[in-house]
Design a protein around this ligand. Structure first.
Ligand code: ATR
Length: 277
């Protein structure tokens, strides 16, 4: 009789979750590595996250991803955390090791890897601006500092939120906020959109003068959420990248945590995902 391979159970938790590309990515990785894996989307109400998470692991789940709006709850749930998770205060990857829930955050590493390996942009000594001061910004700041940028500035619609973010990270690097008037007086080598503006499909604008000829503009969003920003960059002749590369890289890092092997990222996978967007 043919030997039956055990199915390894993984999942992603969030709300909304129906359009998550994570199942496609992890099933692709597993296929390429000949690992028998299931990866489901689990929709949670705000008050059911922990309950559903425990149920998943009790029923044999080996690991999961956590997306909006539960990354903070996942941090609080995890009994042990990686250093990056501790600094960001957010967890996107949970694994269970020796009956202990371990929380990690692969978002920042995924972002840096996409920049360095795929886009070939090195942050070291560069002037970096982040638009937005929410969870997405927090998730990438520690990893940006590991690359030693010259400066990191935060611009946000609500200045007070930018100030809170700066205070939180000022002990680990050169970070400050800029207001509307400071913004136009500066130029940046890398501008990162970490706002959730695109989710609401609102129109997008920035002073063109903050970009120089070699600057790049990276939007952490992708798909429809990135359309307005992408169009704005094209109209203003600025090199633009969306967050699809980061999404794949952070997934590969999660896979590495669970399975001990980092899958290869291929153009084929990117093309599959673009069709699903
Ligand atoms: P996330 O976890 O995705 O970062 P968040 O914590 O809600 O989401 O943060 C969203 C960020 O996008 C915030 O910086 C928010 O600005 P405020 O601090 O002023 O709320 C920013 N944002 C959301 N909608 C925006 C819009 N229409 N224009 C500009 N910034 C916006």
């Amino acid at each position: 009789m043919a030997e039956q391979k055990l199915i390894k159970k993984y999942a992603v938790f969030g709300n909304p979750i129906e359009h998550s590309l994570s199942p496609t990515i992890h099933e692709y990785f597993a296929r390429k590595l000949d690992i028998n894996l299931s990866y489901e989307r689990i929709l949670c109400d705000e008050d059911k996250f922990e309950f559903k998470l425990k149920k998943f692991f009790d029923s044999g789940g080996l690991g999961c991803n956590v997306t909006l709006p539960f990354k903070r709850e996942a941090f609080l749930f995890a009994e042990e955390k990686s250093d990056v998770a501790k600094v960001t205060g957010a967890v996107n990857t949970i694994s269970k090791k020796n009956d202990v829930f371990f929380g990690d955050n692969t978002d920042g590493a995924g972002f840096i890897r996409d920049l360095k390996e795929n886009i070939k942009f090195d942050i070291t000594d560069k002037r970096v601006l982040i638009l937005g001061a929410g969870g997405a910004s927090m998730g990438i700041i520690p990893n940006i500092f590991l690359e030693k940028p010259k400066i990191l500035r935060i611009f946000n619609r609500t200045l007070d939120n930018a100030k809170i973010l700066v205070e939180r990270f000022s002990s680990i690097g050169n970070i400050n906020y800029v207001d509307n008037s400071d913004l136009t007086e500066n130029q940046f080598d890398l501008v990162i959109n970490a706002t959730s503006q695109g989710m609401n499909q609102t129109s997008f604008d920035l002073p063109r003068g903050i970009f120089n000829d070699n600057s790049i503009f990276y939007d952490l969003s992708y798909g429809k959420a990135s359309t307005n920003v992408k169009n704005w960059a094209a109209e203003n002749n600025i090199q633009f990248f969306d967050g699809l590369g980061m999404l794949i890289e952070q997934a590969a890092d999660s896979f590495l945590i669970w399975e001990g092997v980092r899958p290869n990222i291929t153009e084929e996978l990117k093309n599959i995902l673009i069709k699903e967007l």
